[in-house]
Ligand binder design. Structure first.
Ligand code: CP
Ligand code: NVA
Length: 331
């Protein structure tokens, strides 16, 4: 049956079938090729979208803006200080108002329940631009990048997520891999493995039974063997900065360095990272933490800049995949 995603929300990959995810990836490949060839279609002419950000962003915000503008849509950006949402006006009322003005609403913030509530009341598609427990647009970009750099179909690919195995990226990967029949290991310290939300794991494994995916959590180094993708993320996500001392203690042995890359025993392995990354001390945060005695680098500069690293292709793909999500749901 033909896939039609018009009018759909994009809150988590768990809401989509493998065929629907395949459709969005194919559309992203196509839109990327068209942009490269200078082909302009203005698929969103006459549309307007609004971007609500309660957390900071470079890639997601700019990807939504450029994707929409490339296709001829208008864009409004609102951060947490510049709207009434949540403070003087309920989420329900905000969603109802924005749904009258706009054809689609992006939201980045804390609770998944907020993006769900917006979707319940907006009457137009709502897109999840990251919450504490999911980051589905990032996973589409990561899958596109894997398809460009790993000479295997997705269902033969092994992804090892290294580090904070209980964060939004780890969970988003569990869902994405489960849906696409991929092989996933969340590899991190036992203390954090024990904190992985069992309901996330159960939901992912339930889907995996149908798709042939494998979803594992491990603190054993042997988990790295045969990885096609080594993925990592910062050790303390937005809003968790107070945890830095404890995380540095737990995660220092899990910093992605060349020894960890070698432990995959795969010379064609690629390194991915959602970014932003602490790979040196060229940020006020990494420098400030270093002065306090904490080295928060989750990956060495050597790996980040190595031939294994495809992180900037991945960052570019945020735009092409987000464009596919917007076009698929509102064009
Ligand atoms: N990867 C990602 O979501 O980046 P931003 O926080 O810059 O949007
Ligand atoms: N886990 C990170 C992802 C940033 C894109 C965070 O939530 O801060």
């Amino acid at each position: 049956m033909a896939v039609n995603l018009k009018g759909r929300n994009f809150l988590t990959l768990m809401d989509f079938t493998p065929e629907e995810i395949r459709y969005m990836l194919d559309l992203a490949h196509d839109l990327k090729a068209k942009k490269r060839a200078g082909i302009v279609n203005h698929l969103l002419k006459g549309k307007n979208i609004v971007l609500l950000f309660e957390k900071t962003s470079t890639r997601t915000r700019c990807a939504f803006e450029v994707a929409a503008m490339d296709e001829g849509a208008g864009v409004t950006f609102l951060d947490s200080g510049s709207s009434q949402m949540g403070k003087k006006e309920s989420l329900e009322d905000t969603a109802k108002v924005l749904g009258r003005f706009y054809d689609g609403i992006e939201y980045r913030g804390y609770k998944q329940s907020v993006v769900e509530e917006l979707a319940e009341h907006a009457g137009v598609p709502v897109w999840n631009g990251l919450t504490d427990v999911d980051h589905p647009t990032q996973i589409l970009a990561d899958m596109l990048t894997i398809e460009e750099h790993v000479a295997k179909p997705l269902n033969k690919v092994k992804v090892v997520f290294v580090g904070d195995v209980r964060n939004n990226m780890a969970y988003a990967w569990m869902y994405g891999c489960a849906k696409m029949g991929m092989h996933f290991v969340a590899y991190g310290p036992k203390e954090l493995c024990d904190e992985v939300d069992s309901s996330v794991l159960e939901r992912a494994r339930e889907v995996a039974k149908e798709t042939g995916a494998t979803i594992e959590v491990s603190h054993e180094k042997s988990a790295l063997k045969g990885a096609d993708v080594i993925y990592t993320d910062i050790w303390a996500s937005m809003g968790e900065e107070a945890q830095i001392p404890e995380r540095v203690k737990l995660l220092t042995p899990y910093r992605v360095d060349m020894d960890l890359i070698k432990a995959t025993e795969n010379d064609d392995v690629i390194f991915l990272h959602c970014l932003p990354s602490f790979h040196d001390f060229e940020t006020t945060m990494a420098k400030g933490q270093k002065d306090e005695g904490y080295d928060i680098r989750e990956v060495t500069d050597e790996v980040f800049r190595s031939r294994f690293s495809k992180v900037f292709d991945e960052a570019e793909n945020r735009m092409h995949t987000i464009k596919a999500v917007i076009v698929a749901t509102i064009a």
